[in-house]
Structures are given as C-alpha cells and as structure tokens.
Design a protein around this ligand. Structure first.
Ligand code: SAH
Ligand code: SF4
Ligand code: F3S
Length: 454
C-alpha cells in the first residue's frame, strides 16, 4: 500500500525577497507531504516565483511557463502555479494567457499556499492577488543553504520611485514584530545556521507601522533598535541586512553597525543616479551630495566597510552629461560591487508614460561604459585585501575545483581556499588572501577552528 509522494519543483526569479518567499513556500509544501524534485519534468507540482522588475525578467517567465503548460496536456494532474510579482501584476490576465494554470498568487499570499492549494484540489482555478495582511508563518521554511538564511523584517514598500513596480506588486509596508523576528532567528540558529540577512525593500522604514513612540517622539521600533534587539542571538555569528535607502539612512544605524561585533561592515545602499535632476525625476528624495555624505560618515566610523549599490542608466531624459555624473560618483566612491541596469519601462509606473524615453542603443552603450568602470573600481577595491587575513564563513565546495571550498568575507567578497567541505562547512576560517580579482579572492587557511566539544 505504498503511495508515492507527490513531488514539487520551485523555480525562483528576482530578488532576495522572492528567495525568502520560495523557501517558506517549500516549507509549506514539505509540511503537506510533498518531496523536492530536482528535475522539474518529474514534478507533480511546479511553482514559478516570478519577478517583473524589468521586462526581460518578466519575459523569462513566459518562456519557462510555455514548456510546462504543454506538459499539462499529457499529465492533467500536474499542478501549475505562478507566484510572486508577475502574478500580482498580471492577475487574471495570466489565466487568459496561460489557461493551463491552476493558481496565480501574489507575494502577500506566500504563507497561505496550503489554503490556496486546498481550493485548487476542489477543482478551482484560483487567483489570489487582493491585498491582505501578511500572516505570520508557522511552518519551517525549507532553506537552500544550511549556513546562511534570509529573514524578512518588513514587507512591501511605500516609496513611489517613478520607475519601480515594487510598490504595485508588493503592497504597503508591513513590519513584523521584533519578538517574532528574534524567535525566527533563534530557531534558525538552533538548526545550525551561522549567518542571517535581514530583508526589506526599504529596511530603514522598519517599524513605522508598529505602535509606540519614545519620549523624544521617535518611533519605538526603528531598524536600529531592531539590530540592538536581535544582534546577540546565540549561534548566529554574522548579521547582514538589505536594502538601505539613502533618504532614511541614519548615523545612528552606522554607529550600531560599528558597535555590534556580529553585524558585518557591509552596506548595500542603491543610489540609482549620480545626477540631482535625474534623482528628482526618479522621486528618490535625496541628492548625490547627501549620498556622498552618508558614505563619508560610514567610512569615518568604519574605514574598511564595503559598499555596494544599484544604479540605473538611461532613465527617461537622461543626458550624456547627467550620465557622466553617475560615472563620476562611481569613480569617486569606489564601490566594492555595483548592480547596474538599463532603464526598462514598467507597466503602471509614471516614468513609463513619459515621452522622453531613450533608445536601446544609448541605454546599452551607457550600461557598457558604466560596467567597464565598475569592474576597474572593484578590482582596485579588492587590492586592499591582498596579504590580509580575513575571516571567511565557509558555505560550499567550489563547483569548479573540488579541492577548494568557498565562502564570503565579512565585506561580502567571495573567497576560495583549499580545504575539505565536510570538515569546514559552516566554519569561520581565518584565511590569508594570496590572490585578488575584481569580484573574488583566493587565499590559504591560517587557522582552522576546532569543533566545540559537545
Ligand atoms: N528597494 C531597493 C531596490 C529594489 S529593486 C531600492 O530602493 O533601491 C532592485 C533594483 O532594480 C533597483 O535598485 C534598481 O536599480 C533596479 N530597477 C528597479 N526598477 C527598474 C526599472 N524599471 N528599470 C531598470 N532597473 C530597475
Ligand atoms: Fe522600488 Fe523605490 Fe521602493 Fe526601492 S524604494 S522598492 S526602488 S519604489
Ligand atoms: Fe523582482 Fe518582485 Fe523582487 S519584482 S526584484 S521579485 S520584489
């Protein structure tokens, strides 16, 4: 009387929020008795957790979906799900485009997957995109890594950057309580994870929607307070967070990072453009001077902090001179890493309707020029690691060289060194850096921590 388990496969596109949601949805499916299938073609349930930040991200989903929709004609009990940001943006239109779909669910429904699937099993085709309060999750996420974990602290975004779909697809800001966040981190530590990245689209907005103000009139729960509250969860060795918004970034947060030993000295603060007119058209709410002051302050407290960011080139109306202001900012600051993108007009955003759009040629030319500079600057930044001893948290084997393991420095540089993954996984190893490249390092272990006797 063996009944084989139903198998599932999840494909995740997009940002860390989606990765975190996918891990929670995988946890729910495993709780329901599903088993992971590495090959999507052998799965009985296929879930695409989608991204719509740029047009190419959205188009990728349609090409994947097309293939599986065909399979459904041969295997009618295949369950096909589109979750995430494309689901939220397209809603019922997705069902018209791909009638084989069983379930279309927005990001706010990730924790409600079980209920939605029950409705599907009653024979319904379900669309869940109405804004709702995000439920606290009671199941265990099935996390991809065994070493590093994501923990959401605030969902949604209340900003209105004129190019961005995120507020439309992720809804308004909803902070989780400090107690729930700390409890999740404690559970993660109990499972053996060593590093936590706290997540929010605009993490500096954390707590504004929670009740309570201090005597000075400050919100009782700011992100800085949250860091002080969770920084010492036993077993968690490293704490990271993303994404910071220059408009709300505070010196108090910088101080906290400098003060709290487990908080990594790495800041991801997108600037988007180095030109004040463009920043204004983007409705970002700061100037490049303010951005530079933030970086100066960080470096005053932590001279070695690593800085990463996002930038967009070819925003509507961007002139050559304005683009050069972005190059200048990149030249002056010297980012350790910069995620760059050509502007992509998105449905439902103001900038998409403007008539001063730039040609694809201009956008891709600017993107190439920016990327060229980014690689030069990143290589320069890597130089400072040469000969130094860095602490690396070992995550995995180097897929290209099985004699090596890989992990990240506190500053988030990928680092390779010779070693046995079975012995080193999850360990913080002191590594002397012997080779530096723009975006990665190689070194030799100088001291391997002994396992703590049980
Ligand atoms: N909340 C973060 C970013 C979220 S989206 C912030 O405020 O910075 C991640 C990145 O995608 C953005 O930083 C931006 O650089 C890029 N992006 C967003 N919308 C885009 C668009 N329409 N075209 C090109 N890049 C875009
Ligand atoms: Fe998008 Fe702006 Fe919100 Fe970031 S802050 S998610 S760029 S609207
Ligand atoms: Fe993409 Fe949605 Fe994240 S649009 S970048 S997956 S919030």
């Amino acid at each position: 009387m063996t009944t084989s388990k139903r198998r599932y496969h999840i494909t995740t596109f997009g940002c860390q929020m989606n990765k975190a949601d996918s891990e929670r949805m995988a946890g729910i499916l495993e709780d329901m008795g599903f088993e992971w299938s590495e090959d999507p073609n052998h799965a009985d349930l296929i879930l695409y957790n989608t991204c719509t930040i740029r047009d190419n991200a959205e188009q990728k989903v349609y090409s994947y979906l097309g293939r599986q929709a065909k399979r459904k004609h041969e295997q009618p009990d295949l369950t096909l799900i589109v979750a995430g940001c494309v689901a939220q943006q397209e809603g019922e239109a997705l069902l018209r485009r791909v009638p084989e779909l069983d379930l279309v669910m927005g990001p706010q429904y990730a924790n409600r997957l079980k209920d939605l699937l029950e409705s599907v099993s009653e024979g319904n085709q379900v669309v869940a995109t109405e804004p709702i309060h995000i439920m606290e999750d009671i199941t265990q996420p099935r996390r991809d890594s065994k070493i590093t974990a994501w923990v959401n602290v605030i969902y949604g975004c209340n900003e209105r950057c004129t190019y961005c779909v995120v507020p439309n697809v992720r809804g308004v800001e909803q902070s989780r309580t400090p107690e729930v966040i700390r409890a999740e981190m404690a559970e993660i530590a109990r499972q053996g994870y060593k590093e936590v990245t706290l997540l929010g689209q605009n993490i500096d907005a954390y707590g504004r929607d929670l009740p309570g103000v201090t005597a000075e009139g400050r919100h009782l729960h700011t992100f800085t307070d949250l860091l002080y509250y969770v920084h010492d969860v036993p077993g968690i060795e490293r704490l990271r967070f993303a994404t910071s918004h220059p408009r709300y970034f505070t010196e108090r947060l910088i101080k906290a990072c400098a003060e709290l030993p487990k908080v990594c000295e790495h800041f991801h603060i997108p600037f988007q453009s180095g030109d004040n007119e463009v920043l204004k058209a983007m409705a970002r709410g700061y100037t490049h001077e303010k951005y530079r002051r933030i970086i100066d302050t960080i470096r005053r407290y932590m001279p070695d902090a690593s800085i990463s960011a996002d930038a967009i080139v070819g925003f509507p109306g961007e002139t050559e001179a304005q683009f050069e202001n972005t190059l200048k900012l990149v030249e002056d600051i010297g980012f350790d890493l910069l995620n760059t993108a050509a502007y992509s007009p998105r449905p439902g955003t103001p900038a998409a309707l403007w008539t001063n759009q730039l040609s694809e040629e201009v956008k891709s030319d600017r993107l190439q020029r920016l990327n060229h500079l980014v690689a030069i600057k990143a290589a320069e930044r890597s130089q400072r690691y040469f000969g130094r001893i860095e602490e690396v948290l070992v995550e995995d084997q180097n897929p290209k060289d099985k004699t090596q393991v890989m992990g990240r420095t506190a500053g988030n540089r990928l680092t390779f060194f010779t070693g046995d993954i079975n012995e080193l996984k999850g360990k913080l190893v002191k590594v002397k850096i012997t080779e530096v490249r723009a975006f990665s390092l190689t070194g030799e272990p100088v001291e391997i921590p002994q396992p703590i006797p049980v």
